[in-house]
Design a binder for this molecule. Structure first.
Ligand code: BV8
Length: 260
C-alpha cells in the first residue's frame, strides 16, 4: 500500500489516540551515523559480531576488548547528533502532551540520542552506555566520572567498571519492564520504529499492545518478523517518515502550537 496513505492513516490514529507508545531500535540512530546491530561495522570492529560482544561472557573472557568496544561506541555516540527522526519523536511527545494525551517512548538504544533530541521520560530498557558501574559494588556513575586511561578500567573497590547496559543473558531493569508493561497494557496506538523485532522481551511488546486493543504501526527500512501482522507497515527511513508523520499531525491538529 502507498506509504503516504499509510503515514496519513497512522497520523489519524495518533490524532485520535488517548495513549501512544513508541518502541525504537538501532535503526532510529542509523541516520545519525551509528551503525545498527545487524549492519556490518567498518574498520577493526567489522570482524566482531555485536551479538557476541554484548554479553557478560565476552566481558568476563576479554574485559579489555569489550571495554574498548564500548569506549569506541560511546565516543561515536557523543560525536554524532540526533537526526530528524529523533527530533520528530520529541516533537510528537510535545504535541501529545499539549493535547493531554499520554506518550511513552521505550528504547532499546543505549546511545542517549533520544534524550539529546529533547525526549523526556525515556524508558531505556537495555540501559545506557553513558552510565558505568563497578562490578563489585554495583555503584553507578556517569561516564564523565570514569577514567579510560587503561583498558579494562579498574574500579576503586578492586573490580572493574562496566557499562550500565543489559547484555544478552542478563535481566532487564525491573523498573523499566514495569514502566513499559504498564504503558503497553493501556495504549491505543503502538509504533515499532527502526528495530528488527528479534530481541526479547522487547520483540514481544507488540503482543502486549495488541492484546490491549491498540492499533499497531511499524516504521522500518527493511522487512521484519512483525511486519506481516501490524495494522500499518510503513517501509522507509525513520528520519524521513517521522517528520512527515508529525507534519500531517500539524495539519490535522486544531492549531496546537506545541509542534515546532
Ligand atoms: C533476557 C544492550 C532473560 C547492549 C542489547 C539465552 C539466555 C538468556 C536469554 C536468551 C537466551 N537466548 C535468547 C534469549 C533472549 C535474548 C534474545 O532475545 N536473544 C535474541 C538474539 C533471540 N534476550 C536477552 O538475553 C535479554 N535478556 O532475556 O534475560 C533472563 C531471565 C532470567 C535470568 C537471566 C536472564 C536481554 C536482551 C538485551 C540485549 N542487549 N543491547 C548494547 O547495546 O551493547 S540488545 C541490542 O539488540 C540492542 O539494544 C539493539 O537495539 C537490540 C535489537 O536490535 P535492533 O535495535 O532491532 O537493531 P538491529 O540492528 O537488529 O535492527 C535495526 C533495524 O533498523 C533493522 O530492521 C533495519 O532494517 C532498520 N533500519 C536501519 N536503518 C533504518 C532502519 N529503520 C528505519 N530507519 C532507518 N534509517
Amino acid at each position: 500500500m502507498l506509504t503516504d496513505a499509510n503515514i496519513r492513516r497512522a497520523a489519524e490514529w495518533i490524532s485520535q489516540a488517548k495513549s501512544v507508545v513508541v518502541l525504537t531500535g538501532a535503526g532510529v540512530s542509523a541516520e545519525s551515523g551509528l551503525t545498527t546491530f545487524r549492519a556490518p561495522e567498518e574498520g577493526m570492529w567489522s570482524k566482531y559480531d555485536p551479538m557476541e560482544l554484548a554479553t557478560i561472557d565476552a566481558f568476563n573472557r576479554d574485559p579489555e576488548l569489550v571495554t574498548r568496544w564500548y569506549h569506541w561506541r560511546f565516543t561515536k555516540a557523543l560525536d554524532v547528533e540526533p537526526n530528524p527522526g529523533h527530533a520528530a519523536l520529541a516533537n510528537l511527545q510535545r504535541w501529545l502532551d499539549g493535547a493531554h494525551k499520554r506518550f511513552t517512548l521505550i528504547t532499546q538504544n543505549v546511545d542517549g540520542l533520544h534524550q539529546r533530541a529533547g525526549s523526556t521520560g525515556v524508558i531505556e530498557i537495555h540501559g545506557s552506555i553513558l552510565r558505568w558501574r563497578c562490578t563489585e559494588t554495583g555503584e553507578e556513575m556517569p561516564l564523565t566520572d570514569v577514567s579510560f586511561e587503561t583498558f579494562p578500567v579498574p574500579s576503586e573497590a578492586g573490580g572493574l567498571m562496566r557499562p550500565c547496559v543489559v547484555w544478552f543473558g542478563e535481566m532487564l531493569p525491573p523498573e523499566a519492564i514495569e514502566g513499559a508493561t504498564a504503558a503497553l497494557s493501556s495504549c491505543d496506538v503502538f509504533l515499532s520504529i527502526g528495530t528488527s523485532a528479534t530481541v526479547y522481551p522487547a520483540a514481544g511488546f507488540i503482543e502486549i499492545a495488541r492484546t490491549a486493543g491498540a492499533k499497531t504501526i511499524e516504521v522500518n527500512r527493511d522487512p521484519t518478523p512483525i511486519g506481516g501482522g501490524v495494522d500499518r507497515a510503513i517501509a522507509g527511513q525513520s528520519g524521513v517518515v517521522l517528520p512527515h508523520l508529525v507534519e500531517l499531525l500539524k495539519q490535522m491538529g486544531d492549531g496546537r502550537d506545541e509542534l515546532e
